[in-house]
Design a protein around this ligand. Structure first.
Ligand code: HEM
Ligand code: CU
Length: 528
């Protein structure tokens, strides 16, 4: 009860993180089954029917049960402290939002227990996902699970916004908020505006499946339109890709200044770029539908708007580089993961701009090029930032330092094998290998083998990380309140791990001049 029923945001945060880590392991195992089957042409290890469940269930595990809850976990632990609040605004709502997740996961994946997991990919496009082509009960359970997840993250978003807007300590204005908190605010607005749309689309699909001759939302026989589903789905799922990356942006925006021993370059611009990304994120969804038969003018407009997103994204990348430039760098594992993130996320952004060009997308849509793009933004983006966040905040959460030697081994193994696994997929895509197929032409054999070997090596290096997590919990060096010395935000002013009430006196924030930065160099000189 001390843990499971606790309304302390820090404990809820750790429960989220634990749950997300378990889902991440489950999702990874599903992906290794994909890569094992694809290591060689032919159907080698499983039936075609079983293979078809894997891409969609892997993606659902990673998106809905790993990345999104993982960020929610970090936000729960850190955001209330960063704004100087004693807890989240609605602690019981917070606990309820977390406890919706484990049942949602069990329901969504229970198709595997009764041998009826859905076979239509994480996008669930009708007519493939309707009751004629996908009669499995597992598909209905998956839909129900996702509806529950949507409810949970909406509850979480309301809570983050209320906490950040109403519970800030004395002296902290909106433009004094740390960038991680800002990123959670922007992410929460995205959740509020987009998740109900997905939830509606999934409920509509479920109704249509359960009552086939009654509801016609997407089925043309009764006046429905399958393209409507795609619009609703991507009106959520494009913003969702930013739900999956903005908190990561926020994390590295805390980490890079700390280990460059310089204030973030262009604080206000960083905030406004996140807002611009969120805003534009709602105007580009149809770039997922360039081959769905929508009109040419519409495609041109969406092509242009999509390319615009590269501007605020590029600004952020330049701001991070500007922060590093001329800094006195400390290559902690957390910093290494942040630098690796910048390098590899840039590749993902560039392949996105390539896909945004309609004529190119017509060639590359539903090929492995898209798979490569997704994984550069989500594995080299979200997952690398999550690792950066672990190495950075683990001492705050546990009171112990992670082992840096193991951390560096983990970093290099991870970075190298992310590239071995996913870089070759660009070539597979350009050569024409389609996604979501169990078998392929032997001309794709060599590159697929490289990718499969890379994925198993990538997985192997994660054992170093898990070993470090458990080993350091007992044996790690004891962390003081501010083990990184140069970290600036409020969580580094209190004990590691923080006491239940975190602050003994309500903190008062001394505003720092964000436009010129905190003149930290002087403090250092005085201390030495
Ligand atoms: C510079 C910014 C970006 C641009 C211009 C861009 C563009 C695109 C385009 C045009 C597609 C559709 C490709 C197709 O299916 O034919 C796509 C797919 C995708 N993108 Fe991006 N993207 C960008 C950044 C991101 C980011 C930051 C993420 C996530 C963190 C992301 C995640 C995805 C995912 C998950 C898909 C595939 C969805 C699916 O079909 O399963 N993208 N992107
Ligand atoms: Cu998109």
């Amino acid at each position: 009860m001390q843990w499971f029923g606790s309304t302390d945001a820090k404990r809820i945060g750790i429960m989220y993180i634990t749950f997300a880590a378990l889902s991440g392991v489950l999702g990874t195992i599903l992906s290794l089954m994909i890569r094992a089957e694809l290591a060689a042409p032919g159907l080698n290890l499983m039936s075609d029917d079983f293979y078809l469940t894997l891409p969609g269930m892997h993606a659902s595990a990673m998106i809905f049960f790993f990345i999104i809850p993982m960020y929610a976990g970090f936000a729960n632990f850190i955001l209330p402290i960063q704004v100087g609040a004693p807890d989240m605004a609605f602690p019981k709502l917070n606990l309820a939002a977390f406890w919706l997740l484990p049942p949602a996961a069990i329901i969504a994946f229970s198709g595997y227990l009764i041998d009826s997991a859905p076979q239509f990919g994480w996008t669930g496009y009708p007519p493939l996902s309707n009751s004629v082509y996908s009669p499995q009960i597992g598909a209905d359970l998956w839909l129900l699970g996702l509806v529950i997840v949507g409810t949970s993250s909406t509850m979480g978003a309301v809570n983050f916004l209320s906490t950040a807007f109403n519970m800030r300590c004395k002296g902290m204005t909106l433009f004094q908020l740390p960038l991680f908190t800002w990123s959670v605010i922007v992410m929460s607005f995205l959740v509020l505006a987009s998740t109900p749309v997905l939830t509606s689309a999934l409920l509509m699909l479920n109704l249509e499946r359960l009552f086939p001759n009654t509801f016609y939302f997407f089925a043309p026989e009764g006046g429905g339109d399958p393209i409507l589903y795609q619009h609703l789905f991507w009106f959520y799922s494009h913003p969702a890709v930013y739900i999956m990356i903005l908190p990561g942006f926020g994390m590295v925006s805390e980490i890079i200044p700390t280990f460059s021993r310089k204030p973030i370059f262009g604080y206000a611009v960083m905030v406004w770029s996140m807002i611009a990304i969120a805003f534009l994120g709602f105007l580009v969804w149809a770039h997922h539908m360039f081959t769905s038969g929508i009109g040419l003018t519409v495609r041109m407009v969406f092509m242009f708007l999509t390319m615009l997103i590269a501007v605020p994204t590029g600004i952020k990348i330049f701001s991070w580089i500007g922060t590093i430039w001329g800094g006195s760098l400390k290559f902690s594992t957390s910093m290494m993961f942040s630098l690796g993130f910048i390098a590899m996320f840039t590749i993902g952004g560039l392949s996105g701009v390539v896909l945004a060009a309609v004529p190119v997308d017509i060639q590359l849509h539903d090929t492995y090029y898209v798979v490569a793009h997704i994984h550069y933004v989500l594995v080299a983006g979200s997952v690398m930032t999550i690792f950066a966040g672990f190495y950075f905040w683990y001492p705050k959460m546990t009171g112990r330092m992670l082992n840096e030697k193991l951390g560096h081994i983990h970093f290099w193994g991870t970075s190298i094998f992310i590239n071995v696994t996913f870089f070759v997929q660009h070539y597979l895509g350009v050569k024409g290998m389609p996604r979501r197929y169990a078998d392929y032409d032997p001309i794709f054999a060599d590159l697929n083998l490289v990718s499969s070997v890379g994925s198993f090596a990538l997985f192997a290096f994660q054992f170093v990380f898990f070993f470090n997590l458990f080993y350091s919990l007992k044996k790690g060096a004891v962390a003081g309140p501010n083990p990184w010395e140069d970290a600036q935000t409020l969580e580094w002013t209190i004990a590691s791990p923080p006491d239940h009430h975190q602050f003994h006196h309500p903190p008062v924030w001394t505003p720092i001049d964000r436009s010129h930065g905190h003149d930290h160099g002087h403090d250092l000189a005085a201390a030495e």
